[in-house]
Design a protein around this ligand. Structure first.
Ligand SMILES: Cc1cc2nc3c(=O)[nH]c(=O)nc-3n(C[C@H](O)[C@H](O)[C@H](O)COP(=O)(O)O)c2cc1C
Length: 257
């Protein structure tokens, strides 16, 4: 009788185990993919609702998201557009498509994006007298990663309702503190544009004295994470500036979007 210690038997057991395990892992990966995509989409919506301060205890994300209207904006003209279907438009894929995006010069690219898509999806909450809140997607480079998130503005298109990220790779406890609800709450009520119409909102080093001049434009820096904090400032300046939503927000103010 052949010994169980033979090389042939050892190899047979090892190979069989590898094949069985890889089949189990790949089957699980394939079967779980639709669930993961569904959860990702739900998390995306949840973050839009959080930025707009619309989360309510006891109500589902889908139920609350019914209040939100998704529209496409042509960033080149600053106007709403029906050129593409919002159900099928993939803004992330569009960034890499030369027909749907444009490259940015080094001078314009303050947020480290390389390219900017021509069309952006925006999320609108309407009230009795028109737009009540608008949620704008933003992204930009921090220290280790691109941070993907939203900034929500009130109906003056200048006062911040909220800011948050749904994806980033910054260090937990340092740059990862962008997810800290306490830090996120500081953004509420801050002002984006100064009297000259320039983007003045910025994350500054240290804590902001609320009685100091210009404090409405300043957000406390993340301690030990100045590079991520600067990344947040840069993306605010890019996306609310002339290569981002500035023209669109101006058109909205004038009723011309
Ligand atoms: C392992 C490690 C991870 C770090 N992660 C971050 C980070 O996510 N964001 C960040 O801005 N700085 C991070 N830093 C710190 C930066 O290198 C840099 O020192 C810091 O941004 C300076 O901020 P400060 O002037 O507030 O200390 C990390 C440092 C180390 C050693």
């Amino acid at each position: 009788m052949a010994s169980n210690d033979s090389i042939k038997k050892t190899l047979t057991v090892a190979v069989t185990l590898c094949v069985v395990c890889s089949v189990i892992v790949s089957t699980a990966a394939v079967m779980l993919r639709p669930m993961q995509q569904e959860n990702k989409a739900l998390d995306f919506k949840r973050n839009i609702l959080i930025a707009a301060n619309l989360m309510e205890e006891g109500k589902s994300v889908d139920e609350l998201f019914e209040k939100v209207e998704t529209r496409l904006v042509d960033l080149r003209t600053g106007k709403f557009s029906d050129d593409l279907n919002t159900d099928s438009y993939d803004q992330r894929k569009a960034i890499k498509n030369p027909e749907l995006s444009q490259s940015l010069s080094a001078e314009d690219d303050v947020a480290g994006l390389s390219r900017r898509e021509n069309y952006a999806m925006v999320y609108i909450v309407r009230g009795g007298s028109g737009i009540e809140k608008i949620v704008l997607p933003i992204r930009g480079y921090g220290l280790w990663s691109t941070l993907w998130g939203f900034i929500a503005l009130e109906d003056d298109f200048n006062t911040v309702v909220g800011l948050g990220y749904y994806e980033h790779g910054e260090t937990p406890g340092l740059g990862g503190e962008v997810d800290n609800p306490k830090w996120k709450s500081i953004w509420e009520g801050k002002t984006v544009y100064n009297n000259q119409g320039d983007v003045a909102l910025a994350v500054v080093k240290g804590a902001v004295d609320p009685s100091s001049s210009g404090s409405e434009y300043k957000v406390d820096g993340l301690s030990g994470a100045t590079l991520t904090s600067d990344g947040v400032t840069n993306m605010i300046h890019f996306w609310l500036g002339e290569n981002g939503y500035a023209t669109f927000l101006e058109n909205l103010k004038n009723g011309e979007a």
